[in-house]
Design a protein around this ligand. Sequence first.
Ligand code: GLN
Length: 540
Amino acid sequence: MSTKYIIVTGGVLSGLGKGIATASIGHLLSSKLKVIPIKCDGYLNVDPGTMNPFEHGEVFVLDDGGEVDMDFGHYERFLGVTCKSKWNLTMGKVFDMVRKKERRGDYLGKTVQYIPHVTDMIKEHIFDIAHIEKPDLIFVEIGGTVGDIENELFLESMRQMKKDVGRENLLFIHLTYVPIPYGVNEQKSKPTQQSVNLLKQRGIFPDIIIGRCSQFLTQDIKRKISNFCDVKPDAVITGLDVDDIYEIPLIYEQEKLPEIIHKKLNIYSPPDLSKWKNLVENIKQPTSHITVAMCGKYTKLEDSYASIIESFNHCSAHLGCKINLIWIETSGLTDTSFFDNIDGVVIPGGFGSRGTEEKITIIRQAREKKVPFLGLCLGLQLAVIEFARNVCNLKNANSTEIDPNTPYPVIDIMPDQKNLENKGGTMRLGAYPALIQEGTLVHSLYGKSNITERHRHRYEVNPDYHSIITENGMVFSGSSIDGKLVEFIELPDRDFFVATQSHPELKSRMDSPSPLFYGFVKACMKGLEIERDRRNGTGH
Ligand code: GLN
């Protein structure tokens, strides 16, 4: 079977969840088909690695070290694929490739133009992925909304692709918004009509329209959209607002989306959603609750911690425990009374010095009060600094990222990071193996000694301080294979005081939650039980 293509575009508003929609459709089709997701982003950065997560959401890191759009997190979590950085095509990357070709003389004698040279480059890149991976189905999600200047070249390429691969091999899905204005109380189709008109002006005629709405779309509105937008009424699908994104494939299945795709592309693979349904049920009907403090810097934008949030959702799905995350903005924090109402603390990754002293104070309290603590990347570095200062008596110990003049640089830049000129794509990135010490809590959580997690950092625990830290009781429970880099730490006399230099949240999946998150949540739940017993007078 030759590769088929589904192109997903969006209209009316940004932020309608096109990435999750694409991932959800992919989930429905991926049980028997090899599905590859590709994301096109119109910005001129080569990758999102140099962008502020506050602006663009989390930078997702792949096994191969690619720093990619956060939608790849959804793709991996919903499709169970391990994505490659080549699958994220930014306009910055496209222009880079075109310019390289031009300098090489590949276009000799020609004027290099947006059409055909840039559009050809986009198509070549996609066909190249199809050639290498030989998938049954490729999704191409076009970031942003139709009408954005920066997406025009991607849309034009997709229009041309239909002719290149044959109309029976490619379909367009357009995600729009169906508002129910206050006081009118009626689903409105006009924004969808206008957005589809914008697509049509570009020569793209959608085959399926998904209308994001707070209710199921009525037959009436489906008929109306069908009439105005030239799609069959059964190809107008509800994209229902849900509390839990993992419900979306179930909604699409209910709306018979796989069958409609089948009719058009002839690729039906009936999805088996029974296991997924049970896991979603566990999230929706929890039997216990815990509260976890997420102490970070970009806490205003939950997107900047998307993978952490999803890792907790995966734990909920398996433990039937609702995890209430409370977001603590650490910069300028003086009041730590939130400790009275939480079951655990997470210090996530981060860069720069803002809010780090406050985080160190929080870690100290977690350690002293024996509150379950999970540190991720920067979280490990700050836990080591706290321990160095307050247990090893290394006054003003710090990371050279935060205080270049610290007398005790317990966290220091890795030697191969020292003289790098370029900031983009030069951190220690991607999957690295680690060796876990038998007998440690981390070993019992992973259940093995050889593991792999993804990384994104420049700093590390300074080897000059390894012995003083371990002599004082901190356990290095995992290291790089050569033993040089500290990958996991723990404090043995706690229920859960664990941190890692990696980002385990990037590999957590619905069917296999990250072992560290799972262990952390269980420790929080145990603490909850002890607390409950104490209150009821049954504890010791
Ligand atoms: N800023 C730290 C480093 O570069 C931590 C990075 C992170 O948390 N991802 O090592």
